[in-house]
Design a protein around this ligand. Sequence first.
Ligand code: VAH
Length: 310
Amino acid sequence: YILIIGACGQIGTELTLTLRERYGNDKVIASDIREGSDSLMNSGPFEILDATNYDTLEEVVAYYDISEVYLMAAMLSATAEKFPMRAWNLNMNSLFNVLNLAKEKKINKIFWPSSIAVFGPNTPKDHTPQHTIMEPSTVYGISKQSGERWCEYYFKKFNVDVRSLRYPGLISWKTMPGGGTTDYAVEIYHKALSQGRYSCFLKKDTMLPMMFMDDAIRATLELMEADTKKIKVRSAYNLAAMSFDPAEMARSIQKHIPDFTIDYTPDFRQDIADSWPKSIDDSDAQKDWDWHPEFDLDRTTETMLENLKS
Ligand code: VAH
């Protein structure tokens, strides 16, 4: 059986629905600190669960005979800057709990998401390599870099089968993102449809690596279903699809909503975005487990507007 922790989040919701389609509703247990969308709550078993509590997590794993855990609960970059210690506690102690369950052989396989946030201001910004300088300047980035080191340690020391991806900014329509710096790339579609205009909290030329959620979910399943011998990176794989800035995104929307207008009012999230890469080299993911993205910006815009309109 599979347990999703943080099942009500932006990635967790779609991961749960996809895994339930693939493996059967009753094989995938959703859990979160609070209840989620109707589609999620009505499609299979759900548990209220605080992932930082080892004992209750251990009970849920035993009760449902869990063998695989997707740990999707985390505090993202913008919110983590406001609550550093709460972010560290949630992001790290949830990971230690899941890693230790695997070390004790109570579960067999783990997915844990990393992020391009592991890179910092002095990381090469174009086609950022898999192995390079990483001095993250955000609480969230520090927690993701530390998490990657712990995942690699538990794999080497205790043979824990933990797998990870450095997700770019993710764009989806089924669930709103929560507290990220790349959230502008989701909000912009909602505002384009509801108000015909958007006030962007990043500057017009802020180029960031981005990905449509369908690609991110497919990458996650392809990584988890790959033969373990193919997985050469046990920190976290670079993963890429597209890079664009808010101005380019506005032009893509204007192909469908010609009168759409955007203005720029950068806030504290500009500093976070400026510390991240502009584009990512994911040749290791392509080589080791044959990764290929399917959504570019225009296809993402078409899909987002189509689904948000209806
Ligand atoms: C954030 N959406 O903005 C997340 C992600 C790369 C960005 O980690 O914090």
